[in-house]
Design a binder for this molecule. Structure first.
Ligand SMILES: [Zn+2]
Length: 366
């Protein structure tokens, strides 16, 4: 019923195309593969020449019943596929991006083809992002536009151990802080200097005070740099802070504190530039999402599957869609592990399990 052999051949083909986020040719080649495949199946397709994003629809425009999202890019540099090409060992398939998330992309397209053939009225859209692994900065608005037209969204990131899916993700924002001080000789004229590093150190202490793990807020000053030599008062320092939160108010609280700190430097004559990058709203399951989860569980039970639901601090494109209030499930792809690592794998038998589950569920969501 499902052409799993063909799907595995296709998986081999696209895993063996390196498509790191910065490898535009590779990402475009994966896009070509899916565009050709979907066109042949009678879908409308659209490519964005700048972001390489591919949009595939059953209906040229208008509302969407089911939005399926995935990303074509991987974290692996060019050459990885030659060193570690696709291979199977028992029930496992290995290769760069096999589970995160090329197997998910093929699951999406296989499902959509069959659902379309069964019911031409069902309005499906597939969104292939080309830069998820670097934060979707240029494609976020496009996905949000699609999300606004959609009734339900499914993100085919890898399923977790035992088939678990993701219903809750923390929000995430990166904070880039650039401290500008005044350089001076540390021995001859220390009084003339204004240390950017000292200012940054105070900020690090203050920012860490905003962490509150009891409500899911974490602050990690993950990267720091500054200074040029031990005998020079440093005129520049920089740090990047990773903030994770379950509640939007927590992000606002941090932004407010950062604005206060910037107005009143600890070290006179130091100024601070504050930049925010890669905003992901928290994915918190709404009542409608809980209903979708209940439906999914019921369908799974009919098929003899049991789905666990997990929460994670990691973000995905699901955050952007869920933040709109659209019932959104993530981790819908086949089960995999060791993402972002050379030992990345997909459990091959779960491809069919996912196909069967969503094929039973999705037609009822019209
Ligand atoms: Zn991914």
């Amino acid at each position: 019923m499902w052409k799993i052999e063909q799907l595995r051949k296709d998986l081999e083909t696209i895993v063996n195309i390196d498509s790191g986020s910065f490898d535009r040719e590779g990402v475009a080649a994966v896009g070509d593969f899916f565009e050709k495949k979907c066109k042949a199946a009678g879908f409308y397709t659209r490519r964005d020449p700048d972001t390489l994003a591919l949009e595939v629809r059953t209906h040229e425009d208008g509302p969407i019943d089911i939005l399926m999202l995935g990303h074509m890019d991987t974290v692996f540099p060019k050459g990885t596929a030659v060193e570690h090409p696709y291979r199977e060992e028992g029930n496992l398939a290995f290769g760069p991006g096999v589970s995160d998330m090329k197997a998910g992309l093929l699951t999406m397209t296989t499902l959509a083809e069959r659902l379309k053939a069964d019911d031409p009225e069902l309005r499906i859209c597939l969104a292939f992002n080309g830069e998820e692994e670097i934060g979707s900065l240029a494609t976020r608005d496009w996905m949000i536009q699609l999300g606004k037209q959609s009734r339900y969204a499914f993100v085919f990131e890898p399923g977790r151990d035992g088939g678990a899916m993701v219903k809750k993700r923390k929000g995430n924002i990166d904070l880039i802080l650039k401290f500008h001080g005044v350089a001076s000789h540390a021995g001859v004229a220390p009084e003339k200097g204004a240390s950017a590093v000292t200012e940054m150190a105070q900020w690090i202490v203050e920012l860490n005070k905003l962490q509150d793990l009891s409500i899911g807020t974490s602050v990690n000053v993950g990267l720091v740099k500054g200074g040029t030599a031990a005998n020079v008062v440093p005129d520049y320092a920089e740090c990047i802070v990773d903030l994770r939160f379950e509640r939007m108010e927590e992000m606002e609280k941090v932004q407010k504190r950062v604005a206060e700190l910037a107005k009143t430097p600890f070290v006179p004559n130091v100024t601070v530039d504050v930049e925010y990058q890669g905003i992901f709203g928290p994915m918190n399951p709404s009542k409608a999402t809980e209903e979708l989860i209940a439906k999914t569980n019921a369908k799974a039970a009919e098929l003899g599957q049991t789905i666990e639901w997990v929460a994670t601090g990691g973000v995905s494109d699901a955050n952007h869609i869920a933040a709109l209030g659209v019932p959104t499930l993530c981790g819908c792809g086949p089960v995999g592990g060791n993402s972002h690592n050379q030992k990345e794998y997909t459990e091959l038998d779960t491809i069919q399990q996912r196909l069967e589950l969503f094929y039973a569920l999705m037609p009822e969501l019209k």
